[in-house]
Design a protein around this ligand. Sequence first.
Ligand SMILES: NC(=O)c1ccc[n+]([C@@H]2O[C@H](COP(=O)([O-])OP(=O)(O)OC[C@H]3O[C@@H](n4cnc5c(N)ncnc54)[C@H](O)[C@@H]3O)[C@@H](O)[C@H]2O)c1
Length: 263
Amino acid sequence: MEEYPEQRLKDKVILITGAGSGIGKASAIRMAKEGAKIIVNDIDQEKIDEVVNIIKGFGGEAFGYRADVTKKEEVVAMVEAAHEKYGRIDVLFANAGIADYAKFVRMKESFWDHMFEVNTKGVFLVTQAVVKKMLKYKVPDDQLRGKIIITSSRAGKDGQEELSAYSASKAALIQLKTALAKELGPKRITVNAICPGTILTPIYGKDVTRENIAGIDGKVALNIKQGVGDPEDVAGVVAFLASKDSDFITGQAINVCGGTIFH
Ligand SMILES: NC(=O)c1ccc[n+]([C@@H]2O[C@H](COP(=O)([O-])OP(=O)(O)OC[C@H]3O[C@@H](n4cnc5c(N)ncnc54)[C@H](O)[C@@H]3O)[C@@H](O)[C@H]2O)c1
């Protein structure tokens, strides 16, 4: 694509969960423009079709696959289908997630369970299914077998009021990332997480505007865009983590938050 003449991700096969909207969608488009073949996963078939059409519309390569990341059989079938179609998965972007506010004392057990089911177990299931495949890839000794990128959150490092279940579900992913980086590093698989701050996506509701989410999570150091990032701001970081430029980075949780936290 003319926009990215370097084509850093040429022919890389990248599976993105929750790619039908927001950060996943922007990352799918950005990485397809950098030459990647994208497996567009979501739970919502209409959103998948829209993203696949956008990518095919500019001459990119995409394959849509509907699966619920909380259902092991669906996840395993998706990873098999991806291998039948492309023969491998070079990069997994485990991004599907949900968010919801609740006062802690009134929180229902089902609310807590659902948050962990999607945000934490969903990442476990898809990562395990992909890593099982990656471990079988034959690659030269000086090259990586694959890369895992997990969407955690700023809230996973700095828990927010009325977001206790969400914050805890995302904090778990940060230690999953660390443990897996240690366990899989010797097998030449990197594992990193991203921690977005407030990003303008439908996760805040379908009528979300920059104005009505500006400042919801405290003070932002960087004085642009009212402190609210766009999905494309995250997509650029994901593309870097998917590319060879980041081969020597593993076990890190990278904040993309306009300077709201500094650890
Ligand atoms: N937007 C933010 O401010 C922000 C900040 C920090 C972290 N995040 C994280 O970024 C990720 C993407 O969020 P977003 O803001 O782009 O939200 P979004 O709602 O725009 O996109 C999430 C997508 O995930 C899909 N999804 C939900 N449950 C699924 C399931 N069980 N299986 C497969 N797909 C499923 C949804 O259909 C949706 O298309 C999430 O993990 C979220 O927690 C977002």
